[in-house]
Design a protein around this ligand. Structure first.
Ligand SMILES: Cc1cc2nc3c(=O)[nH]c(=O)nc-3n(C[C@H](O)[C@H](O)[C@H](O)COP(=O)(O)O)c2cc1C
Length: 246
């Protein structure tokens, strides 16, 4: 029986690869998708005093949390989580960014979309994190929590959490350098981002849960992304964990 997975592995192995756009001397795609609208700058993590946590403790006590109190988190907590999942530490202009997570060839091909449900001082709606500016842009105020939940196959945590992160791959940014093999790296890169959110949630005494189960078409559509060049790879809520709920 034909296996798409095995075929993909075969066709993305170095000996079967065609020259990549990079090898053909084509121009590199931009480091970030263009944005429209006003930037809402987020507080810098350097100005924040967050609770300290031992790394071993964060890894030990981290667990997936699926039940949330419908309570707001602070703008600082959101800014902190965004910086430590995708924040830009250094940029080589038009060439590469270096961020708080690793990325194959420093391609950093993800854009973070956010469904903000309850964050202090920020209206609910759909936003994008502009990593280069450590700022948000509003995309759509008319998206509701129920739509996002349904696109995630009815997973209730999306409706109850303070915010849900959607990591959207800008495919060309990765395949420019690595061709079809770049798809492997996109999924690997997404894993690092998700793990950082788990660790940061632990530090902030909040909860998260990786989400890989979603209706691709419904979610791509809800986020309004250009499916010819982008797809949602991974998602995760962040919120106040419901206590005494066994
Ligand atoms: C790639 C990936 C996708 C996942 N997707 C979902 C999901 O859609 N819904 C969910 O409730 N948990 C999801 N999880 C969470 C796992 O179920 C969870 O990590 C696992 O049960 C182990 O529990 P722990 O994280 O508390 O150690 C996902 C985890 C990973 C790594």
């Amino acid at each position: 029986m034909e296996s798409f997975g095995k075929n993909f592995l075969k066709h993305s192995s170095p000996q079967n690869m065609k020259p990549t756009p990079h090898q053909r001397g084509e121009t590199q795609p931009p480091l970030e998708m263009p944005y429209q609208g006003d930037l809402m700058y987020l507080p810098s993590v350097q100005t924040m005093t967050m609770p300290r946590i031992d790394l071993e403790a964060a890894m030990t006590y981290r667990m997936s949390q699926r039940k949330y109190d419908f309570k707001p988190i602070s703008r600082e907590a959101l800014a902190y989580a965004l910086y430590y999942t995708q924040g830009v530490k250094r940029t080589i202009e038009h060439k590469a960014t270096f961020r708080t997570v690793p990325s194959a060839g420093a391609r950093h091909a993800f854009e973070t979309y956010l469904y903000i449900n309850k964050v202090d001082g920020i209206d609910s709606g759909l936003y994008r994190y502009i990593a280069s500016k450590h700022a948000l842009v509003l995309l759509n105020v008319n998206v509701d929590a129920k739509t996002m939940k349904e696109a995630c196959l009815g997973q209730r945590m999306v409706e109850d959490a303070s915010v849900t992160f959607f990591w959207v791959a800008d495919v060309q940014r990765m395949t420019y350098r690595y061709g079809e093999r770049g798809y492997r790296y996109l999924f690997l890169d997404a894993g690092h981002i998700g793990q950082n959110l788990y660790l940061i949630a632990e530090q902030l005494q909040l909860g998260t849960c990786a989400i890989g189960a979603f209706d691709d078409d419904a979610l791509n559509n809800a986020l309004g992304i250009d499916i010819d060049r982008m797809f949602v790879a991974y998602a995760a809520p962040l919120g106040v964990v419901l206590q005494n709920n066994k």
